[in-house]
Structure formats: structure tokens, C-alpha cells
Design a protein around this ligand. Structure first.
Ligand code: 3PG
Length: 219
């Protein structure tokens, strides 16, 4: 666990939260995002195609760093690693997930939005936490407040984040990255407008400039 590195977030701190409804979309969508500089891709297990999409992207999309999201059980954790996921994101946390993650060197982002949940994840050994759903859990102000008692932790907020408000999160010293589904509009995917998605990815990539310096690279 101690050798887990989150450095992959440094150059691409905006992570699309992807739900693949049609497996044929997986590769062209990932290619479009990577072409726009968005290389860390969270493919969720919200659809039946999640695991297969992870494998396809891992095998076919050069430059992509594919991870898995919406992991709610140890079995899902294992299946996603087998499929080729390089990082694992959960909307919440459980002892079973903590135990499984601690057996690996895979970066794991347990979800936490209350001080008690943050303390539980910290006690288990995790230092970079998903903060979900961000917008209804106090938003950037809540994460900023966590910098007091939890100065050694960093957060990856998702939920209600978009191009307009992402900078208010990224500019916080304890935000390591942001995520969201705004990078993968359903209409554009279904109509195959991959150039539009690359353009959205380019705009999102520029948000990296809002990242502050103090804590980056510390995990
Ligand atoms: C997540 O799991 O991170 C969220 O579903 C993303 O939320 P959004 O759709 O509001 O971006």
C-alpha cells in the first residue's frame, strides 16, 4: 500500500466518469478523450459493458490510463483489476473494499463526504479520497474546510462538476483532481460526434492550469 502512487493525476487532473451503454462506443470515445488530452478515464460499472469496455480501452487505446468507477464490492474490485483497470474509484467505502485495496498497489479512491467517513478512510491508510456527490455535500466550501483537520489528505470531487465550476474545486490546495460526466455527453456519443468530445476534452485539459502547487506530488 505504501508504494501506491497517485502521480498519474498530475498531468491530467480531470477525469471523465464514463458509463458505456453500447460497447461499440468504448474505443472511439476513449480515443476522442485522449486526443483532447484527457488520458485518465474512469469507466464505471453502472452498465453491463463496464468490464469489457475497460479491457478494450486498455488493449486498443494508446495513451489511455483506464480505471474503474462505481466499485461497491470486493468482487467488483477484483473483476476490474482482472479486466485491466489501473485505478479504482468507489462512491463510498467498506471494510471489505479497504482490505482488498490494501492487498494491492492499485490506487484506490474511497468515497467520503463527512468528517467521520474521512477519518475512517484515513485510518485505513488512504490519503486521496473521492468526494461524492460534491455539489450536494457542501461543494468546494466543504472540501476547503477539510483542509483544517485533514491537512494531509487530498480529495477528488465529482457530482455536479462542469466546465464552469471545476476551477473553484481545482484551485483548492487539497483537491488533487476533479471528475464528472460532463465530458461525455450522451447525445454526442450516440451521434458519433467524436470531434466534439475531443474539443470538450481540450477545454477540460486546460482546467489543469487552476491546480495549486502546495500539495501536489505529495502522494
Ligand atoms: C460520479 O459517480 O462521480 C458521478 O456520477 C458523476 O457525477 P456527474 O454526473 O454529476 O458529473
Amino acid at each position: 500500500m505504501n508504494s501506491v502512487s497517485y502521480a498519474f493525476l498530475n498531468n491530467a487532473p480531470v477525469i471523465p466518469v464514463i458509463a458505456i451503454e453500447n460497447l461499440d462506443h468504448a474505443v472511439p470515445l476513449a480515443e476522442a478523450l485522449v486526443a483532447g488530452g484527457i488520458v485518465n478515464l474512469e469507466v464505471t460499472l453502472r452498465t453491463e459493458h463496464g468490464l469489457k469496455a475497460i479491457s478494450l480501452i486498455r488493449d486498443q487505446v494508446k495513451g489511455a490510463n483506464v480505471g474503474v468507477g462505481t466499485v461497491c464490492s470486493a468482487n467488483e474490485f477484483d473483476a476490474a483489476i482482472d479486466a485491466g483497470a489501473n485505478f479504482v474509484v468507489s462512491p463510498g467505502q467498506s471494510d471489505a473494499l479497504f482490505e482488498r485495496a490494501l492487498l494491492t498497489n492499485i490506487p484506490f479512491f474511497p468515497g467520503a463526504v463527512t468528517a467521520t467517513e474521512v477519518m475512517a478512510a484515513k485510518e485505513a491508510g488512504f490519503k486521496v479520497l473521492k468526494f461524492f456527490p460534491a455539489s450536494t455535500s457542501g461543494g468546494a466550501a466543504a472540501i476547503k474546510a477539510f483542509a483544517g483537520p485533514f491537512a494531509d489528505l487530498q480529495f477528488v470531487p465529482t457530482g455536479g462538476i462542469n466546465l464552469e465550476n471545476a476551477s473553484s474545486y481545482l484551485s483548492l490546495s487539497n483537491v488533487r483532481a476533479v471528475g464528472g460526466s460532463w465530458l461525455t455527453p450522451r447525445d454526442a456519443i450516440y451521434s458519433g460526434q467524436w470531434d466534439d468530445i475531443t474539443q470538450i476534452a481540450r477545454e477540460a485539459s486546460e482546467l489543469g492550469a487552476y491546480l495549486g502547487e502546495p500539495l501536489h506530488g505529495s502522494c
